[in-house]
Structure formats: structure tokens, C-alpha cells
Design a protein around this ligand. Structure first.
Ligand code: MRU
Length: 347
């Protein structure tokens, strides 16, 4: 059932060229940006052309392949040394989504084994990261949808869909699979301020595939949950600590607290590339704070009182105790904790 086609691709590798769908322009325009060098990839990640933890990882894999090709062309004997600055630049593009450093680490592991012309081997590895992410999403879609026992309304926050991954999506993959199994009476999506990933991206992506969606202001989530129609809050993650604490888009924590208060279950859907076993708890996850301007202005227009300051953390941490299930491609962890996460990752 979860094998239904999804239309949207955020990252495309075609005939040796990397194209990123410029998500800043959605839903009004669909335009791809061709990335000719690694700087363009790093800038595209930092500036939100490509966003969503797994998509950032996939783009970074291709970014490394582009960097290797350029460094090898410039200096076939000393390309490895020249590459280091590029890898650092890529790794620093955004701090929270661990998939970025995970993908660079994986590319680096291949690079250290190479002799001679490295170019094809790094492209092959980047393509594997891409294909594995897509396969993981289909698997998680099946596993997550199986947890939904009866036809009900689902709620999601931010965009954890095809746009945020190699395709199909994590949270939206579960919603796609549940919808295909006729288990969904309604999908509710938070607007997700200030970048509006819910209204601009999630709504657009679901409608591309014929899945109806109802938007709500972020502040309406508790009131919606109180009505009793929503049975699951389903979200993605940018980084999950060893104890199961989940960093995700700002507002996830708030929605999870409301969910627990109203008896709505919380499902976090993320590939194991999002799990960072080196951090014991979510307190150690670096949380990105972006510019004040993102709150003070909208589309270049001032929306706040002149002179007001703004605080713009773009991720928060939901404690594992508020999470009912973490769904990964390796399996489901119910009521996550340190021991259960270790068993999952050891397997
Ligand atoms: O700032 P963004 O748009 O990159 O934030 C994205 C999210 O928080 C997603 O929920 C998360 O990366 C999971 S995407 C499958």
C-alpha cells in the first residue's frame, strides 16, 4: 500500500548535475537551482533552499561528490587536503539536523579507502544515501501506519514530507500510507511559523498527491486536540538523542505537551541517520537560532512594531517521556528510553 507514487522531489541528481527545488518559493513557484560547486550546496542548505533533515543529508552527500570532483580536477595528487575546507563549510551550514554531519562522515569513510580517480566512487555513495533514504521512508510509512488502529484524524507540524527527504517523507510517509489504507478522516497541519513549512510546503505537497489537508494556526493545536477527533500527532525529527529526546521544528514540544494533556498519541518518524547516540540527552543537541528578521518581517514587509526585538529559536526538544513511538526503518520503539534506543541501534 505504501508504494503509492509521490510526485515531489526536492533533490535531483541528473547527468552529473545537482538540482535543488527552491523551497523558499513554494507554493507559488516551482523552480530548481543548479548547484555548480560545493559553496552553492552549503549556501542552499543555510538559506533554506533545501531543508528538512534527511534532504539536507542527501544534498550534502552530492555536495561532497561535487567538491571531490573539483578538488581532483584542480590537483589530482593533493585533492584530499584541499577537500577539508569544503567539508567544513558544508558541515557548518546548519547545526541541528545531524543528517548533515552523518552524510559527510559516510562520504569521508568512502574517500579514505580510495586510490586513483575518486569521482565515480563518491557519486555512487551519494546515490546510495539518496536511494536508502527513499527506501527507509517507504518502510517507515508501513510501520507507522500499522500503529494507527482506527480511522481517525492526524495532525502534523512543519514539513516532514518528500520535500524534506529523498522522497515520500517520514511523518508524511506515514500519513500517505495511512491514507492509502483508508485510515485517515482528516489531516491537520500547523502553519509552522515563521517559515510556514506547514502552510507553504506540507499543504502543497499533500495536495499534489490528492490528500486533503486542513491548516490551523500553531496556537490552535491544543484547542483542536480538545475536540477529540485527532488521535495522533505525527512529526519528523532533526536529531534524536540516545535517550529518545527529540529535536524538531519549534512548536513540536508545545504540540506534544498538548497532545499528552488531551490523550493524543505522539509518533516521531525518523531514519536512524537522525539518531545521534553520541549525545546522552536532548539538552546537548545544538539548537539553531535564526535571524530576528524572520519574525519582524514577512516577505520583506515589516510586520512588527518598530523597535521590537525578536527571539527566533527554530528547533525545540521534546522529552522522550512525551513520545509514544519512534518509528525508524529498523523498527518501532514504543515509549522510548536509553535502553530501548541502544537495542534499536545495536540491531
Ligand atoms: O527548518 P527546517 O524546515 O529544516 O526544519 C525541518 C523540520 O523540523 C522537520 O520536521 C525535520 O527536519 C524532519 S524532516 C523529515
Amino acid at each position: 500500500m505504501s508504494q503509492q507514487i509521490d510526485q515531489v522531489r526536492a533533490v535531483i541528481w541528473q547527468e552529473g548535475e545537482l538540482k535543488l527545488l527552491d523551497q523558499r518559493l513554494l507554493p507559488l513557484q516551482q523552480r530548481y537551482i543548479a548547484c555548480e560547486d560545493v559553496m552553492a550546496v552549503a549556501d542552499g542548505i543555510r538559506d533554506m533552499v533545501v531543508r528538512g533533515a534527511p534532504a539536507i543529508g542527501v544534498a550534502a552527500g552530492y555536495g561532497v561528490a561535487i567538491a571531490v570532483a573539483a578538488c581532483y580536477k584542480a590537483n589530482p595528487n593533493g585533492w584530499r587536503q584541499a577537500l577539508e575546507a569544503d567539508l567544513t563549510r558544508l558541515a557548518e551550514a546548519r547545526p541541528t539536523a545531524v543528517n548533515l554531519c552523518w552524510a559527510i562522515k559516510r562520504m569521508r569513510a568512502v574517500i579514505t579507502t580510495l586510490e586513483g580517480d575518486p569521482r565515480q566512487a563518491v557519486i555512487d555513495e551519494a546515490c546510495r544515501i539518496d536511494a536508502e533514504d527513499l527506501a527507509a521512508n517507504h518502510r517507515m510509512g508501513e510501520l507507522g501506519a500499522a500503529l494507527i488502529e482506527q480511522r481517525c484524524a492526524l495532525m502534523t507540524h512543519c514539513n516532514a514530507g518528500a520535500l524534506a527527504t529523498a522522497g515520500y517523507g517520514t511523518a508524511l510517509g506515514v500519513i500517505r500510507a495511512a491514507h492509502a489504507a483508508d485510515k485517515v478522516s482528516q489531516v491537520y497541519a500547523d502553519e509552522t511559523r515563521p517559515w510556514m513549512q506547514g502552510s507553504r510546503l506540507t499543504a502543497w505537497e499533500l495536495l499534489q498527491d490528492g490528500i486533503p489537508v486542513t491548516l490551523l494556526a500553531d496556537g490552535a493545536a491544543a484547542h483542536l486536540m480538545k475536540q477529540g477527533e485527532v488521535k495522533w500527532l505525527i512529526v519528523g525529527a532533526d536529531r534524536i538523542a540516545a535517550n529518545g529526546d527529540v529535536a524538531n521544528k519549534i512548536g513540536t514540544y508545545h504540540a506534544a505537551i498538548s497532545a499528552r494533556h488531551h490523550g493524543v498519541k505522539v509518533m516521531v518518524v525518523a531514519p536512524t541517520s537522525t539518531i545521534d547516540m553520541s549525545l546522552e540527552t536532548g539538552e546537548q543537541i545544538p539548537l539553531e537560532v535564526r535571524s530576528e528578521e524572520e519574525l519582524l518581517a514577512f516577505n520583506g514587509q515589516q510586520v512588527a512594531a518598530s523597535g521590537a526585538k525578536a527571539w527566533n529559536p527554530v528547533f525545540d526538544v521534546t522529552p522522550a517521556g512525551l513520545v509514544d513511538a519512534i518509528v525508524t526503518e529498523r523498527g518501532v520503539v514504543l515509549q522510548p528510553n536509553m535502553e530501548k534506543m541502544a537495542v534499536l541501534m545495536a540491531g
